[in-house]
Write a protein that binds this ligand. Structure first.
Ligand code: NAD
Ligand code: DAU
Length: 339
């Protein structure tokens, strides 16, 4: 199978591409990514020369460019990871999130429809369901109640995906996953942000009272789930994906402080994120029952390996901090094309 992965230079997309190329000898991947601040070709440095992998720097909002890429590459399936993803940034600049996450999805859906792909899989999020109190879980039937501009834009995209399925008969699928962690996550998100701060001997900023709960899943488990839905999910269906692993932010912070050999005095409480969702928890019974997908990475082991990865790969996040990572495209692709 030849799949087009949009947003494959980001955290989950790059882990997914590595997973897919490893899991399926006869699959090839077309990675389409704009390389925003969150896109980093160093994430797939080991795949740059792989004959089963090709990269296009392109904006999913650019209809002409998408139609050119689809016509040239002829993918059989599309997996859309491309998005603006950081909630705090969506509070500063909602318009950018609406453009990429809604308009970009619509452009991609159109390109997929016109080229007649066999599957279109939208990577969504549990944030579309809003926030939970102390009990309960999100099922696929839970009402959509997004609270941040990011979550609202992802919800809108999900509705467009549904509409393209109903109106045009596009074979669409949606996955809604909880918080991912693992290697290559941009160091603005909680776990890599705190690990890199602690490594530099700096305090870590915990929002509000730190009692917000997230359900953490290793990115490899998410990749396995996406692979299963892509191959065996029923068109028109939505599948929740979760880690079954609820933790407060304080718990995560303490685990990271201990793993980095630091003092709990490193934890600093700072003003809360506006509209901060209190708790997410996923009911993943549907994907378990229908597709046999269960998370396999135990959290303690996954977190330990993740912390080790950031310690061992300091040049990766230092290049992000200095901005040097943004020149990788020129070094690996533009110069090669000119040679
Ligand atoms: P990320 O921010 O690390 O990567 C996003 C990627 O999309 C980057 O490579 C970026 O360059 C690319 N991109 C952005 N705008 C683009 C555009 N206009 N055209 C082409 N490419 C563009 O994000 P992530 O954490 O890997 O998340 C990937 C997807 O998974 C997103 O759709 C997100 O909503 C969803 N998701 C993330 C999590 C999580 O915990 N990180 C959980 C559930 C769902
Ligand atoms: O649930 C899935 C979502 O998880 C994805 O859809 C998003 O793309 C992804 O960014 C993530 O959203 P969160 O807002 O949950 O992730 P973040 O890493 O930004 O924050 C996790 C929790 O930690 C949240 O409760 C806010 C808190 N936090 C975060 C940062 C960056 C802090 O207390 N301090 C911080 O500095």
């Amino acid at each position: 199978m030849r799949i087009l992965v949009a947003g494959g230079a980001g955290f989950i997309g790059s882990n997914f591409i590595r997973y897919i190329l490893g899991a399926h000898d006869d699959w090839s991947v077309v990675n389409v990514d704009k390389l925003t601040y969150a896109g980093n070709l160093a994430n797939l440095a080991d795949k740059a020369g792989d004959p089963r992998y090709v990269f296009h720097r392109a904006d999913i909002c650019d209809a002409a460019e998408m139609s050119r890429i689809f016509a040239g590459e002829k993918p059989e399936a599309v997996v859309n990871f491309a998005a603006e993803t950081h909630v705090d940034r969506s509070i500063d600049d909602p318009a950018l999130f609406l453009r990429t996450n809604i308009l970009g999805t619509q452009v991609l859906l159109d390109a997929a429809r016109k080229s007649g792909v066999a599957r279109y899989l939208q990577i969504s999020t549990d944030e579309v369901y809003g926030s939970l109190g102390a009990t309960g879980k999100f099922s696929e039937e839970s009402p959509l109640k997004p609270n941040s501009p990011y979550a609202a834009s992802k919800t809108s995209a999900d509705l467009l995906v549904r509409a393209y399925g109903k109106t045009f008969g596009l074979p669409v699928l949606v996955t809604r996953c909880s918080n991912n962690y693992g290697p290559y996550q941009f160091p603005e998100k909680l776990i890599p942000f705190f690990v890199t701060l602690l490594r530099e001997g700096k305090p870590v900023p915990v929002y509000g009272d730190g009692m917000n709960v997230r359900d953490w899943i290793h990115v490899e488990d998410h990749s396995r789930a996406v692979d299963a839905v892509l191959q065996r999910g029923r068109p028109g269906e939505i599948y929740n994906v979760g880690g079954g692993n609820e933790r407060t932010n304080i718990e995560i912070t303490k685990l990271l402080i201990a793993a980095m050999g630091k003092d709990e005095k490193s934890m600093k409480f700072v003003p809360d994120r506006p509209g901060h969702d209190r708790r997410y928890a996923i009911d993943d019974e549907k994907i378990r029952a229908e597709l046999g997908v269960v998370p396999l990475v135990p959290f303690e082991e996954g977190l330990r390996n993740t912390v080790r990865w950031y310690i061992d790969n300091e040049p990766w996040w230092r290049a992000v901090q200095t901005g040097e990572y943004q020149s990788f495209y020129d070094r690996w692709y533009v110069r090669k094309d000119r040679a």
